[in-house]
Write a protein that binds this ligand. Sequence first.
Ligand code: ADP
Ligand code: MG
Length: 444
Amino acid sequence: MTVIDLQDAWTQFLDYAKKRSSKAEYQNWLSPIRVVELTPTEIVLEVPNIFVREYFLDNYEEDLTSFFPGLTSNKPALTFIIKEEKKTPKPQAPLPPKQQAPAFKAALNPLYTFENFIEGPSNQFIKSAALGVANHPGKSYNPLFIHGGVGLGKTHLLHAIGYSVMKHHKKMRVQCITTEAFINDLVDHLKSKSVDKYKRFYRNLDLLLVDDIQFLQNRLNFEDEFCNTFEALIHQNKQIVITSDKPPAQLKLSERIVARMEWGLVANVGIPDLETRVAIIQHKADAKGLHISDPIAFFIAEHIFGNVRQIEGAINRLIAYTKLMQIPLNESMVEKILAELFQETPHEKVSVESILKSVASIFEVRVSDIKGDSRTKQIALARQVAMYLAKELIDESLMKIAASFGGKTHSTLLHAWKKICNDLPKNETLKRQIQMAKRNLHQS
Ligand code: ADP
Ligand code: MG
């Protein structure tokens, strides 16, 4: 055979092998083989590892000889060179199998415990569901799906469940992972052709905590694997907890996965109300060695109401300031230090009617009493407060506003406003009542 014939024979052999094997098989086992030497009596092949050599010998040695009549299978005419590993060190040396299993991707934050999670009407339900799951993993709500806005404690609760389970059920295998890390882990295992290991790891868990599932949106290739893991665990009564910025139905994910996420309990963590914010402020500050009095805590909570992360930012700022200045906090200092963080409540459509309703409920009188002429102390005070708020908050002529109070005059209104302005700095209760009335206004 000439050299050309030989090469031709090799190409024909490869074509033949290609037809006999699946695409993946061909890719994995045959295409990495390189011909180093080709003579009528000897073929030297370079292979990446001994597995490829074994595969080749098991499956193709005999067939090969039929393409090269000069070779016989009982002669050592077929030689393999194992391609040397490149001398440059690989970024990661292969680990022994035990260590290759993915470790904790999102280490649990030691501060995110149930004890540190302040409860209030906005999160009571989800906290007790989380506690239920932590006490009886796989036996209460499965999956538990926690959704809510940024900085409201979803990750905190997720970690709290992880901690509690690791503490009380020591043998349970727990994995807490962000959706990003879950995907990256899968990609790594796909690259290193070790998806089975990945599957084995995740499907052997007792508790899987997945943070921020919204990042699975637009990652179509990964939805199926997530869903399969999910189903495998649920079918074995292994617990899954998922957090998300939206409820399942609002996520742009396949119907299959949305349905799975709705299997168990879907619950929301909301914005904490004023009293809860006060408790959070005091708890967080105490933990950092700063005592914040009730009035100051209320003052901060009145002005920072978006989410808990902002509250933490405010506390850190106050701590830095007090450390530097070595003086106790007062309201006007706090106002200055936190000015940029303070949020304005939206002043939309405040009407005399809404003020009347709000004030009436706080002073426990009727709207008709405020509009009437009674001079009983409680009613008169409620009327003055309502007039004060109306002048402060409504951009209308005093005459027009006063007329809405059952036909009072603008001088009555002005008198009431002055009286309240005068009393406010000396009267803490009055201040609180007015703040509450304002808040009700924005909530109604
Ligand atoms: P999310 O994951 O919902 O964006 P996080 O769980 O990261 O929010 O919470 C943001 C910060 O606010 C964390 O430091 C967390 O400890 C704190 N936090 C949120 N809610 C509460 C709460 N109810 N009690 C105490 N801390 C809270
Ligand atoms: Mg989070």
